[in-house]
Design a protein around this ligand. Structure first.
Ligand code: SF4
Length: 323
């Protein structure tokens, strides 16, 4: 292995980060807070991002009672599932489905507090859009940071790409400057940011994807999720796929792209994901991605054989540094 600084992995994994902070594995409980999304409710669009499933990209989140998305109950259900395999578990409450900050602030205060007040929860991670971080929401996050100094509050931003042409195609619904503004505000509150990037978006070359990575290197973000583009049932992306407007990546292509991205990524950025879970029941392509173990093992072996590691091609040029 080229580098030993992250334990057994050639990159700075979330697992390694958690073990170095808490001395144990931390499990994620994916939640559905019953929020919606402005890209679905008509405020921006009614169709959603072109790849987004009916579950609002939260297909693994706990199932909810629409009238009462009881966060405490979801957390207990999540713990029960994990506790059958472990003892003394600690958890992250992950507000995954739809847009986790898109609701009245009092409601958000309630659901985040429900999670933060649980003694087994070490922190919360909220997936959202950069255009859904109003001053009220930011003030709430700052309050909660003060109220729960021993717990973390992370924000996950679905950027997917820096390229405007692709952003328009996927109907992301906001400009890159909106992302930059959100990062600036979150950083001023010292809220760690995790950015979601999709690899294999139609029309993007490997150089385009690497440009997104190089751009993110300049923002001092905390973490990144590298996600394979999944084609899911009942999405407009699926219609384009059936019309042969693009091809899904093969496993070899994907692994090659992930390795390139990792070698170009700052070694300080924590890798929260290198694959992406396609829900089997609605996944159209690529079907190889359902075998996450094989994907991960192949990635690790190729990195080991090639002596690749995170940051080996990273140059801290400060070229784009807008913060
Ligand atoms: S912003 Fe998220 S929840 Fe909303 S449509 Fe896009 S992927 Fe789906």
């Amino acid at each position: 292995m080229g580098v030993k600084k992250w334990g057994t992995k050639p990159y700075y994994s979330l697992d390694y980060y958690f073990k170095s902070i808490y001395g144990q594995k931390i499990y994620k409980i994916a939640l559905n807070a019953g929020t919606t999304c402005p890209n679905r409710d008509g405020v921006i669009d009614t169709r959603g991002c072109i790849f987004c499933s009916e579950g609002g990209s939260g297909d693994f989140a706990e199932k909810i009672n629409e009238e009462n998305p009881d966060i405490k109950m979801q957390i207990e259900a999540g713990k029960l599932r994990i506790q059958s395999k472990i003892t003394g578990g600690k958890y992250v409450a992950y507000f995954q489905a739809y847009t986790g900050t898109y609701a009245p602030v009092d409601y958000l205060r309630g659901i985040y507090t429900d999670a933060l007040s649980d003694e087994d929860i070490v922190g919360i991670s909220i997936a959202t859009r950069p255009d859904c971080l109003s001053e009220d929401v930011l003030a709430l996050l700052a309050d909660l940071q003060a109220d729960y100094p021993d717990k973390f509050i992370w924000i996950e931003l679905g950027l997917q790409t820096i390229h405007r042409k692709t952003a328009v195609y996927i109907r992301r619904g906001y400009e890159l400057t909106v992302f930059e503004d959100a990062v600036r505000k979150l950083r001023s509150l010292q809220i760690p940011i995790i950015v979601h990037v999709i690899l294999g978006l139609p029309g993007e070359s490997v150089d385009d994807m690497l440009a997104t990575i190089e751009y993110l290197n300049t923002f001092q973000i905390f973490g990144i999720k590298l996600q394979l583009l999944h084609v899911l049932k009942n999405t407009d992306l699926a219609a384009d796929y059936y019309d042969k407007k693009f091809d899904a990546l093969s496993m070899d292509e994907y692994i090659d792209i992930v390795i390139r991205c990792l070698t170009h990524l700052s070694p300080d950025i924590v890798i929260h994901r290198v694959t992406g879970d396609g829900p089997r029941n609605i996944l159209i392509a690529p079907l190889w991605s359902t075998d996450k173990k094989v994907v991960l093992n192949t990635l690790l072996k190729e990195m080991e054989d090639g002596k690749y590691y995170q940051g080996m091609n990273y140059e801290n040029s400060g070229f784009f540094n807008v913060i």
